[in-house]
Design a protein around this ligand. Sequence first.
Ligand SMILES: [Zn+2]
Length: 104
Amino acid sequence: MGGKQARQIMPSRLKVGAMVYDVVAANGLPDMGLCDEENATIAIRAGLPDDVERITVLHEAVHAMLYALGYRKHNERIVDGLAYQMVAVLRDNPDFARYLVAGD
Ligand SMILES: [Zn+2]
């Protein structure tokens, strides 16, 4: 969006509750992303534009959060809407983002 900062590299690991997921770029995925709870892997289609990649990683992280809460079936619209809105709110409110992640 602003292009003010250098491109951030997609994290290779993501801790969600008790799980640590490997986050990998993958070719040939039928969808933009996949959250594979059994294998503790989040796969993201290789070569997505930066913002699409970010939102997709968060989308899959929301799936991982729901799995951690014991929900097996997820409403894709809600997962996708939350991912878009969380990225937007955090990006539009950097003070809020810093406030949230402050401390341990
Ligand atoms: Zn999904």
